[in-house]
Design a protein around this ligand. Structure first.
Ligand SMILES: [Zn+2]
Length: 84
């Protein structure tokens, strides 16, 4: 089941730590279909410490689940060039 993280509560980071075999769509808050990027949960562009004091969830939101779930729900999502 797809989960959606829309506030910077630390819940996304907790989910990442427990689901490194799953996938993440990084999306604008309005879910603009032209700007959805699918990542492996291990991708360094969505893990670790965000640059310059930014947060992982805020102007961008995170949709998480299996690759099949995310691709089915968001067929416009583009694969990340770093991890997929
Ligand atoms: Zn990636």
């Amino acid at each position: 089941m797809i989960e959606r993280f829309v506030v910077d509560s630390g819940a996304y980071e907790t989910w990442l730590a427990g689901h490194q075999d799953q996938y993440v769509i990084n999306a604008e808050r309005i879910l603009n279909p032209d700007n959805l990027v699918l990542h492996r949960a291990t991708c360094r562009t969505i893990n670790g410490t965000p640059a310059h004091g930014a947060t992982w969830v805020g102007s961008y939101v995170k949709l998480v689940g299996t690759r099949e779930e995310l691709e089915t729900a968001h067929p416009a999502a583009r694969p990340c060039r770093q991890c997929l």
